[in-house]
Write a protein that binds this ligand. Structure first.
Ligand SMILES: [Zn+2]
Length: 122
């Protein structure tokens, strides 16, 4: 049974098990897309962490998975979303206009009270 260990950094190791080479490839692709090493695209800081932001409003309580920049001066984040099929996650790299964010790759500055995932214009 094929197996691979994926180590995006010194503190994280993910084991991907699969029934076939093809499944292993698919599994690695999913893991790399979400957990792969990625610096903050706003300030360039390589120290980022996974974070789940909880927001309560009139419609209920919502959780937003994010990768956050650990620089207190920056505090930018990259949002993740769930694929309807399969329950896998992916980083949100498009703007609210549906275009690829080629400049910041989906990273944006946090604005208090914001929960609609709208990118912030600098
Ligand atoms: Zn940053």
């Amino acid at each position: 049974m094929p197996e691979a260990k994926f180590r995006p950094d010194d503190n994280l190791e993910i084991t991907v098990e699969a029934k076939s080479q093809k499944d292993l490839f698919w599994g690695l692709a999913e893991v790399q897309e979400v957990f792969g090493k990625e610096p903050c695209m706003i300030c360039g800081n390589k120290d980022t962490k996974f974070f789940v932001r909880t927001v309560k409003n009139d419609d209920g309580e919502f959780e937003f998975p994010e990768r956050k920049c650990n620089s207190p001066k920056c505090n930018a984040s990259l949002s993740y979303s769930l694929n309807k099929k399969g329950g896998t996650m992916y980083p949100v790299r498009k703007t609210t206009e549906g275009k690829w964010d080629n400049q910041f790759k989906g990273w944006k500055k946090f604005v208090p009270g914001q929960y609609d995932k709208a990118p912030v214009e600098e």
